[in-house]
Structure formats: structure tokens, C-alpha cells
Write a protein that binds this ligand. Sequence first.
Ligand code: FMN
Length: 227
Amino acid sequence: MKILVLNGSPKREKSDVMHITNAFLDGMRETGAHDVKIINAIDKHIEYCTGCFACMHNGGACIHDDDMRGILRDILDSELLILSFPLYCYGMPAPLKALIDRILPLSSMAMEKVGDRYEHVGQADFSRLRYAMICGCGFPNSKHNFEPAVAQFKLLFHSDEVVITVPESPMFSEPTALPVTEPRLALVKQAGRQFAESGSIDGTLLDEICSPMIPEEVYAAIVNSGV
Ligand SMILES: Cc1cc2nc3c(=O)[nH]c(=O)nc-3n(C[C@H](O)[C@H](O)[C@H](O)COP(=O)(O)O)c2cc1C
């Protein structure tokens, strides 16, 4: 499978969340070879969308000539698009948001009603694309935290097959936390394998992956002791 990972962490490969994403990819690789490309959004020259809508009338041509042209080609060439990002202010970090704003050329101005809402009609054929969101955050609570990012992902991509949200994710970069992070990453790997094999992930497994790794009070006390 051709997989494109959009890494939204400004920390690039040192990202806490990329530990989760790499475990998911490792699980997928257990079923066979996959062609994986990782783009660090922060390293790309991506101008902000100006809101001119030229691309939506223009067969997909944006007024900016920057790295987004290649990224759009990469997206259209992929079968699985993974958004890997840390939660920033209840959403995605700005470099990734700038990139996502610029996928507008894939849609035309025309809108159609699908179910109970309107969507733009595609200008390009990306019907074979599947989507995954892998997100981590610094607080121990998922509730009142991940909801805006998850809602945005689902509305954008009409997809909820793979939505992995893991609280307490700075622990993934902490060597002393290995006794709790390794078993969690093993579960993520299992999920990656399941997804590659069957196209879905068992709900109980997902719930386990998305739960705190240590009790929230303990996590908060550890963080506060280092402040
Ligand atoms: C600007 C900024 C905003 C953040 N906002 C949130 C937030 O809304 N909720 C939360 O739980 N953690 C928040 N965090 C913490 C990060 O999500 C957390 O440190 C994460 O593990 C970083 O992942 P990374 O290493 O992959 O970049 C924020 C961090 C930064 C720097």
C-alpha cells in the first residue's frame, strides 16, 4: 500500500506522536511491504491559503507555486493518508493546518448535499484514498481535549476508521517510562496489523490504546514535580 504520513509535529522525527505512528506502520509492515513516505510539514515551503478560491474554478491550480504542488501529487498518488500530530490548542499545529487548508484544489466550488450536510464536489479523483488520524497530547485527559481535532478530521475526510488519540504522550519520549509505553506501542502495532489485514480495528483494542497509560493523578503529579 502507498502510505503518505503528514507529520504535523514541529519536532519532526523526535515527535512523541511519531512513536505511535511508527508502531502503527510497523504493525502494517508485518503483513507485507508498504511504500511509506513521511512529510514533515514544518520543513515544507507552504504559503498560507489566501482564500481567493482560484483553485476551485481553475481545474485545481493554486496561485502559489510552492511545495504544496508536489504534496498534492503525493496525496493523489497515495492509498492511505496518515495525519500524525500533537494536539496544539485542541487542534492541529499551524504548519499542518496550513498544509490542510491548501488541499482545497482537490475540490471544486460546486457543492452537493450528502446526507444532512453540504460538501464540495471533487475536482480530482481521490476515491481510493483512506485516512487515519494519529494524535497525542500532553494532558492525561482525552475528554474535553481531543474532541475538536477529531471532529475536524471526521468532517474533512468523512472517515472514522482509524482515529487514534493517546493522552500522556510525552511519555513516549521518556526512557524511564518504557515499562508502560512499550506495552502501549505493542497494542498500536497490533492495530496497524489488523488495519492492514482487515481494513478495520477492533473497537476494544482502540479503546485500550486511547486510554491513559498511567492514572491521570499520577501523571499530573509526575509532571508537576518537574515544574
Ligand atoms: C503550543 C502547544 C499547544 C498545546 N496544546 C495542547 C492541548 O490543547 N492539549 C493537550 O493535552 N496538550 C497540548 N500540548 C502538549 C502536546 O500535545 C504534547 O506535548 C505532545 O506530546 C507533543 O507531541 P510531539 O512531540 O509529537 O510534538 C500543547 C503543546 C504545545 C507546544
